[in-house]
Design a binder for this molecule. Structure first.
Ligand SMILES: [Zn+2]
Length: 237
């Protein structure tokens, strides 16, 4: 029985070690996905500016086409004017030309605005692209370092799992099951040290008869207060 209790202690020890290694690993994984998210969002930023820029370029092209068409209209009207006979017609075409010239001026104004916007977006894009490049470079180093740590921890976990298997072999399956359930219920602590008549797991006094029977190592005893399996320790460890 004493041997079984020792094995249970070893099992608790290895399980706690696996838990803590997995927690460290989880933290590293979270950091890694944080880095990757940063890169993703910088990439999205670049795509948004690229989209805006493409839109402004298309609008500029459209304005340029309208501008060219209006200029052509003016030229045509001016040519037509030479063949006009009546004053009334002459005035009408004149008004058309004036309106078309006003249109051309408006379009030129819009074109200037568009060019300004394109310049701003081009500068913004360059800034965002260089930031992205920097991030990609830095993050690939960070991610590689984190991955190496994660892999190193994984090999420690694998070694612990092998150790755990050999410990489990020495313990009856029913006891392992009991231990596992208790561990889940008691936040990772299935065992509790019994010392000076107390359960160290919950700091409650143990019935004297129960405490005394622990010395005999005849059966697995549990604390009546926290239900943990009691391990007798006479001295502070
Ligand atoms: Zn207890």
């Amino acid at each position: 029985m004493k041997k079984k209790l020792e094995l249970l202690e070893e099992l608790q020890d290895v399980d706690q070690q696996i838990d803590s290694l997995k927690a460290t690993q989880g933290g590293l994984q979270a950091e890694m996905s944080g880095i990757n998210q940063g890169v993703d969002s910088a990439r999205e930023d670049v795509a948004v500016v690229e989209g805006n820029l493409a839109l402004r370029e298309a609008e500029k092209k459209e304005l340029e086409a309208t501008h060219a068409a209006e200029l052509e209209n003016i030229t045509r009207s001016e040519t037509n004017m030479k063949e006009i006979k009546t004053n009334k017609e002459f005035q009408a075409v004149g008004r058309e030309i004036t309106a078309a010239r006003k249109q051309v001026t408006d379009i030129e104004e819009l074109l200037l605005q568009k060019i300004g916007q394109i310049d701003e977006l081009t500068a913004e894009l360059a800034t965002k692209k260089s930031r992205l490049e920097e991030l990609v470079e830095n993050s690939s180093q960070h991610v590689a370092a984190k991955q190496a740590e994660i892999d190193k921890i994984q090999s420690e976990i694998d070694a612990d799992v092998v150790r755990r298997e050999s410990v489990v072999k020495g313990i009856p399956a029913s006891l392992v099951k009991r231990f596992t359930i208790l561990r889940e219920q008691r936040r990772g602590q299935a065992l509790a040290i019994a010392r000076d008549g107390y359960c160290v797991g919950c700091n409650m006094q143990l019935p004297p008869q129960l405490y005394n029977s622990l010395y005999k190592y005849e059966e697995i005893m549990t604390c009546p207060h926290c239900q943990r399996i009691l391990i007798l320790k006479l001295q502070q460890q």
